[in-house]
Ligand binder design. Structure first.
Ligand SMILES: O=C(O)/C=C/C(=O)CC(=O)CC(=O)O
Ligand code: CA
Ligand code: MG
Length: 420
C-alpha cells in the first residue's frame, strides 16, 4: 500500500507525502519568513505546526528551530532531529490521521496554497564550494579548454577537484540574472576585450546542503559523511565562458562564475531520496583509504534542462541527464573537503559540479552542447550557441517511484542585459 495524504496530491506532483522537502517562504509580502514543507500544491507552515505542540518527540519538543527565518538551526540539530521531523510530519499528513485533517481552523492556518506564497533562500549560506565530479564534463571541458593531449588531468582520478565559490551571489529560483561584464579571452594575438560576456552559459548541477558540520581541525570520516548532509537542491552555476577562459590560469574560476548561482527552493532530504539510491560507478584507480567508502551511493534523479528563448512562450528541452553520472559521490566530496581540518557549518552548500552524461544530448552546459559555440543548437525556430538576453533557463529534477514522484520542482532564471 502506497502511503497517502489527506491533502489531495496529483499523481504527477513532485511533492507527495513520500517527499516532504523543506523550504522557507513568506505568506504575504510584509510577513516574516518561516520554514515550510511542500505537500501537493500546499505549503505546510512549520511554525504553526510547532506552536500547536505537534512536534512532540524528544529532539523537537522544546525547540524553536521552526520559528526562524531560515533552516540553519534545524540543520544543525542533525539526523536524529531530521528523522523525528519526517516521521512526525508523515504521520500528521497521512490520510488516516485526524489531528490536522479534521481540524479546519488549524488546517487553514497550517496549509497555505503554494501559488500564493513567496519562496526565499531556505538557508543562510556561509560558504559555497563547487566540485567537478562528472567525468564526462571534466573530459569535455579539458578537450575544449586545453586540447586533446590530456583532456582529464591525472589528479582528477585521485582527488575530488573543486574551487571555492561565492556565497553572496547565490539566489533563489526565479531571480533574474544580469549578464556580467568582464575581460574576454583574446583570440590569437589580439588584446583581451572588455564588455558584456559573449559566452554566457548555465551549468546543470545539484548541491548538497550541509547539516551539523565539523569543528575546525576535526575531519569528517567518509563513512559518516551522510550524517552531515541534510539534502539536495538543483543548482545552476551560471558561467561566463569568455571571462573564465581568460582568467582561470593559474588559480581557477573567479569573476566568470561569481556573478550569480541559482538554487531551487525545496531541499529534498536524503531520507526521501533513499529509495532511489544506486551504486556509484566503480572507481579506478581505487581512491586513497580516506576516500574509500563502505557503501558508495548515487541517486537515480532524472534531470532536464529547458530554455524558453527570448520573446517566445514555449520551452524547448535541450538536455536530459541523471545524478548517477557523478563519479565522486557527495559523501566523498564532503569528507575530502574536511580532510585538511577545514570546518563545514550548517547551511554550507557543496555543488556537485556540472552533471553531464556520456551522450551529447545529456551534456550539462552550452559549452559542451554547442562545443564552445561551434555547433549551434536549434530551438523553437531559432538557434543558440550561448545565452541571449531574455532567454530563460530552467532545470527540473525528479525520481520516479512506484505510483509517486520525489521531485525538486524547478530551478529557473532569466537573463537580463548588462548595464550600459
Ligand atoms: O575545466 C575547466 O577548466 C572548467 C570547468 C568548469 O567550468 C566547471 C566547473 O565549474 C566545475 C563543474 O561545474 O563541474
Ligand atoms: Ca560549476
Ligand atoms: Mg556560479
Amino acid at each position: 500500500m502506497v502511503l497517502k495524504s489527506f491533502v489531495e496530491v496529483h499523481p504527477d506532483s513532485h511533492f507527495p507525502i513520500q517527499n516532504l522537502p523543506y523550504g522557507v517562504f513568506k505568506a504575504e509580502p510584509g510577513s516574516e519568513p518561516r520554514p515550510g514543507v511542500a505537500i501537493g500544491d500546499y505549503v505546510l507552515d512549520l511554525a504553526v505546526v510547532a506552536s500547536a505542540g505537534l512536534f512532540d518527540g524528544p529532539n523537537l519538543k522544546n525547540s524553536d528551530c521552526f520559528n526562524q527565518p531560515n533552516l540553519n538551526k534545524f540543520l544543525g540539530l542533525g539526523r536524529p532531529a531530521w528523522k523525528e521531523a519526517r516521521s512526525t510530519l508523515q504521520k500528521l499528513l497521512s490520510a488516516d490521521e485526524p489531528i490536522l485533517r479534521d481540524n479546519s481552523s488549524l488546517r487553514q492556518r497550517a496549509l497555505l496554497p503554494m501559488g500564493k506564497v513567496q519562496m526565499l533562500l531556505p538557508i543562510a549560506i556561509g560558504d559555497y564550494t563547487d566540485f567537478f565530479a562528472s567525468k564526462h564534463h571534466a573530459k569535455n571541458c579539458g578537450l575544449i579548454f586545453r586540447g586533446p593531449e590530456n583532456p582529464i588531468n591525472p589528479n582528477w582520478f585521485h582527488i575530488p577537484i573543486a574551487y571555492h565559490g561565492r556565497a553572496s551571489s547565490i539566489v533563489i529560483s526565479g531571480t533574474d540574472i544580469i549578464r556580467p561584464r568582464g575581460q574576454g579571452h583574446p583570440t590569437g594575438n589580439a588584446l583581451p576585450y572588455f564588455g558584456p560576456s559573449r559566452k554566457l552559459d548555465f551549468e546543470l548541477e545539484m548541491a548538497a546542503v550541509v547539516g551539523p558540520g565539523n569543528e575546525l581541525g576535526k575531519p569528517v570520516d567518509v563513512n559518516e559523511a551522510a550524517d552531515h548532509i541534510f539534502g539536495l537542491v538543483l543548482m545552476n552555476d551560471w558561467s561566463a565562458r569568455d571571462i573564465q577562459a581568460w582568467e582561470y590560469v593559474p588559480l581557477g574560476p573567479f569573476l566568470g562564475k561569481s556573478f550569480g548561482t541559482t538554487i531551487s527552493p525545496w531541499i529534498v532530504t536524503l531520507d526521501a531520496l533513499e529509495p532511489f539510491a544506486s551504486d556509484a560507478p566503480e572507481q579506478n584507480p581505487p581512491p586513497l583509504p580516506y576516500l574509500a567508502e563502505k557503501e558508495s551511493k548515487n541517486y537515480d534523479i532524472s534531470l532536464q534542462v529547458s530554455i524558453v528563448p527570448a520573446g517566445q512562450k514555449d520551452a524547448c528541452i535541450i538536455s536530459r541527464s541523471n545524478f548517477t553520472h557523478l563519479y565522486w559521490t557527495i559523501t566523498q566530496q564532503l569528507a575530502h573537503h574536511t580532510i585538511n581540518g577545514c570546518n563545514l557549518r550548517p547551511g554550507d552548500l557543496l555543488g556537485t559540479g556540472t552533471i553531464s552524461g556520456p551522450e551529447p544530448d545529456s551534456y550539462g552546459c552550452l559549452l559542451e552542447l554547442t562545443w564552445n559555440g561551434q555547433k549551434p543548437l536549434s530551438l523553437g525556430g531559432t538557434t543558440r550557441t550561448f545565452l541571449e538576453d531574455g532567454d530563460e533557463v530552467f532545470f527540473t529534477g525528479c525520481c520516479k517511484g512506484d505510483g509517486y514522484n520525489v521531485g525538486f520542482g524547478r530551478c529557473s532564471g532569466k537573463i537580463l542585459p548588462s548595464p550600459p
